[in-house]
Write a protein that binds this ligand. Structure first.
Ligand SMILES: Cc1cc2nc3c(=O)[nH]c(=O)nc-3n(C[C@H](O)[C@H](O)[C@H](O)COP(=O)(O)O)c2cc1C
Length: 240
C-alpha cells in the first residue's frame, strides 16, 4: 500500500486514476481498476444521462434546465426531509407546476414515502420519485436504531421546523433539545441558531446533541423494511 496525499484525498490504495475514454471505459474496466486499488472512472458516452435537482426549483429554472439538455428533472417541494427549501410550495403543487411546464420527465421529491403518495404525485404528472426519508427507515440504512425508533415514535403533529443559515435554509425535525433550542432562538430573531450535529442525531441516535430531520410525511411510515420492499411498493404508484 502506498500512502500519499492523492491516496488520502481519493481514498484509494495506489495513486493513479484510470482516465475516462468514452465508450472504451466500460463499467467492468472501471471496476477492475478500482478493485486493483486505483480509481476507475466511467467515460462520457452514449449512456450518460443528467438528472437535475435544483434545491429551490421554480418553473423558470426547470425550463432553463430543460433547454440546457437535462434528461430528467427533480421537483422538490417543502415536504422533503433534510434541508428544506425556504419557499413554502409543497411537493404536489411543485410537481404539477413543473410537469406542466416542461416536456422531459419529472421525479417528485418530498414526502413520497409510500404507494399512495407516489400515486398522488403521478396524478399531477410525476413519472417517478426521488426518495430520502423512507430509506432512513430501511433495514440497510446505517442510521442508529435509536434514530429509526425516534422517527417511528414521533407523532405527525410533533414535528418542528426551524430556520438556519441566516434564513436561507429550514429543517423539519423530531422534537428534541437542540431543535427546540433553535426554534427558541428563531423566536428571538436569530436566524443562525446552532443545529448541533447531524451526525450525532441521525447516525448515532443522540438526540441531546443532534437533530433528526425528516419529511412532513414521515409519520406515514409504519415499519422498517428492506430497500427492495420499499422500491417495489413505491414503484407501484407509477405503474401504468
Ligand atoms: C437525512 C437527510 C439528509 C439529506 N441530506 C442531503 C444532502 O446532503 N444533499 C442533498 O442534496 N439533499 C439532501 N437531502 C434531501 C434529499 O436529497 C431529498 O431531496 C429528500 O430526502 C426528498 O424528500 P423525502 O425526504 O421526503 O423523501 C437529505 C434528506 C434527508 C432526509
Amino acid at each position: 500500500m502506498i500512502t500519499n496525499r492523492v491516496c488520502e484525498i481519493l481514498g484509494i490504495e495506489k495513486p493513479f486514476v484510470q482516465a475516462p475514454m468514452t465508450w472504451i471505459t466500460s463499467p467492468e474496466l472501471a471496476a477492475a481498476v478500482s478493485n486493483a486499488g486505483g480509481l476507475g472512472i466511467l467515460g462520457f458516452n452514449a449512456g450518460f444521462k443528467v438528472i437535475y435537482r435544483d434545491m429551490y426549483p421554480t418553473v423558470a429554472s426547470a425550463k432553463a434546465a430543460e433547454a440546457a439538455g437535462v434528461d430528467i428533472l427533480v421537483a422538490t417541494g417543502c415536504d422533503e426531509g433534510g434541508g428544506m427549501p425556504v419557499e413554502s410550495t409543497g411537493t404536489i403543487i411543485k410537481t404539477a407546476l413543473i410537469a406542466d411546464a416542461v416536456n422531459i420527465p419529472v421525479l417528485a421529491a418530498g414526502g413520497i414515502v409510500n404507494e399512495a403518495m407516489a400515486k398522488a404525485s403521478a396524478c399531477v404528472g410525476a413519472e417517478g420519485a426521488y426518495v430520502g426519508t423512507r430509506f432512513v427507515l430501511s433495514k440497510e440504512c446505517r442510521a442508529a436504531q435509536a434514530t429509526k425508533d425516534d422517527i417511528l415514535n414521533t407523532g405527525a403533529d410533533d414535528l418542528i421546523v426551524l430556520t438556519e443559515a441566516g434564513g436561507y435554509l429550514k429543517w423539519r425535525c423530531t422534537p428534541h433539545k437542540v431543535a427546540k433550542a433553535a426554534v427558541e432562538e428563531n423566536l428571538k430573531g436569530n436566524l443562525q441558531p446552532s443545529t448541533g450535529s447531524f451526525y450525532a442525531g441521525m447516525l448515532k441516535g443522540d438526540m441531546d446533541t443532534g437533530i433528526n430531520t425528516v419529511s412532513s410525511a414521515a409519520n406515514l411510515i409504519r415499519s422498517i423494511d428492506s430497500c427492495e420492499e420499499i422500491v417495489n411498493e413505491i414503484a407501484c404508484g407509477y405503474s401504468n
